[in-house]
Design a protein around this ligand. Sequence first.
Ligand SMILES: Nc1ncnc2c1ncn2[C@@H]1O[C@H](COP(=O)(O)OP(=O)(O)O)[C@@H](O)[C@H]1O
Ligand SMILES: [Mg+2]
Length: 255
Amino acid sequence: MNDQAQNNDLTKMLVTVASGKGGVGKTWFAATLCQALASRGKKALLFDCDFGLANVDIQLGLMPENDLGQVISSEISMLEAIYPQTESGLSFDVISGQSGSGALASLTMESLISLGKDISGISQEYDYTVMDLGAGVENSVMTLARASDKILVIITPDPTSLTDAYAFIKLYRMRNEKAEINIVVNMAEDQTEGRRAFDKINKVCQSFLNLTPKLLGVIVRDKHVAQAIRSQTPLLSKYPQCKAGENVIEIAKKL
Ligand SMILES: Nc1ncnc2c1ncn2[C@@H]1O[C@H](COP(=O)(O)OP(=O)(O)O)[C@@H](O)[C@H]1O
Ligand SMILES: [Mg+2]
């Protein structure tokens, strides 16, 4: 395949970031990946689909007027929910979630499927849409995950992260037999430790699911991540040269 054909195939991609366990850096990674894609000249949308703990806007210091909650309650359209980069000062567009909303969490299966379709629809306007999915393995999470073209499962070397990620992968695979699973290891001490964490999940996936996931990249633990989040600034704006940022840029290249 030549470069041009490859580019065509890879445009309009809806990438879902999932994890099983919370607190593994999913939201931070989704935002930084969007920033890295934008820095490569891609038109990107960050979509906060964490129904329980939506916090993309907090991490990035945004004060959006509209959010996904209003889309769900039919007050606005999905297009109107977009917080454009021209207003946010970021290099990508954002659709914010609505934190702690029971209404979102109790959506019927029908509404979830329809939401998934709307997300797929809006992703046609972008080279890359990165969806930050909630933790856990509830129906809402699994149904939205199915809308994606590519699924990235974030793990850390922590054993509980590995078991929760495995639970997610198992359930996802049951619903999508041909699904490819891409793993990103976050908060590793170094590349070797990250690789080791991948080897563990790879082994159980091969033994019990007959599935070989792909290692997309390892991101090291880096104090700049917490510093950027605390100052509510995207990592690559505040610390463009830091290690974790470089790791995410490498992953963006592989997408
Ligand atoms: N590579 C990293 N190095 C250091 N700290 C990290 C890294 N990735 C994430 N963190 C920390 O983990 C915390 C949780 O991240 P967050 O994106 O909110 O996780 P999740 O969305 O999975 O719950 C952040 O506040 C940040 O300080
Ligand atoms: Mg999160």
